[in-house]
Design a protein around this ligand. Structure first.
Ligand SMILES: [Fe+2]
Length: 278
């Protein structure tokens, strides 16, 4: 009797999924099996390495809770999150980038112009712009859901000194599509390294720093939502972001406020968002 070859085994597994009724699920699982098997063959994966991999994924899952998403972080540092963004980019729309692990649904609705944080969170900054369609027409009733770290690089969910939903807020545009809010100028921050993803970065000599940014999910009825960032043009980590999230079109100057700007802010950031049709 002949010994089974890796290729025969791979074909057997693919065949076992051949009756999957949903064609997309069949395509995904078949490609997953083929690539996973090819990885094991190419690297001559040992039983110890296979088990170490399973233990790593187990630890990644165990690190997750309602406020910590270690799998998102793993996807981010592997560049998979950014790859999915690039593959699914909608022409003419604001480019998307990673969601990151710190999004919390249910941030409070805030009045236009309101400060999403506290004075002690950092240099007061006005962020303003318009939400439009790809033709530049303003979108009424668009939602701008923003969240960010303070000037110590910490999100509310990481910092017992911040109240819940600090530096988070949801703004809804009127017929002119305009939004504006006050916030703190965010700082660069290291991604969390107290979990398995941190072990991975240490073992591979990778940088753990993210370029300073403000997160936004922008949505409007009848349009494709975009999950994106506003990056600070002065930041030293723009070209070596730990999660490969920086896109040139998302980088904006944090311009020092001038005499024509509101007196209570030190910086002004202009950022428009364009949403594609579905
Ligand atoms: Fe972030």
């Amino acid at each position: 009797m002949n010994t089974m070859t890796p290729a025969e085994l791979t074909d057997d597994v693919v065949k076992a999924f051949g009756a999957t009724p949903d064609p997309r699920l069949r395509e995904l699982i078949t490609a997953l099996v083929r690539h996973l098997h090819a990885f094991a063959v190419q690297t001559r994966l040992t039983p110890e390495e296979w088990m170490a991999g399973l233990q790593f994924l187990t630890a990644t899952g165990q690190k997750c809770d309602a406020r910590r998403q270690e799998f998102v972080l793993l996807s981010d540092v592997l560049g998979l999150s950014s790859l999915v963004d690039v593959i699914n980019a909608a022409g003419g729309a604001t480019e998307s980038t990673v969601l990151g692990p710190f999004y919390v649904a249910g941030a409070p609705a805030r009045a236009m112009g309101e400060h999403i944080g506290r004075p002690e969170d950092g240099s007061p900054t006005l962020v303003r712009g318009r939400v439009t369609d790809v033709a530049g027409q303003p979108l009424d009733g668009a939602t701008v859901d923003v969240w960010q770290s303070n000037d110590s690089g910490l999100y509310d969910t990481q910092d017992p000194g911040q109240p819940p939903f600090n530096l988070r807020g949801v703004f809804v545009t009127g017929p002119d599509g305009r939004f504006e809010f006050r916030t703190a100028r965010p700082a660069s921050y290291p991604i969390p390294t107290d979990g398995p993803v941190g072990d991975l970065l240490r073992a591979t000599g990778r940088s753990r720093w993210r370029a300073a940014h403000i997160h936004a999910i922008v949505s409007a009825p009848g349009h494709r939502s975009v999950t994106t960032h506003i990056f600070d043009a002065d930041n030293p980590y723009l070209d070596r972001d730990a999660v490969f999230g920086v896109k040139d079109s998302l980088v904006r100057p944090f311009r020092p406020a001038g005499p024509d700007d509101p007196a209570d802010v030190s910086y002004v950031v202009d950022m428009d968002f364009a949403l594609a049709s579905p």
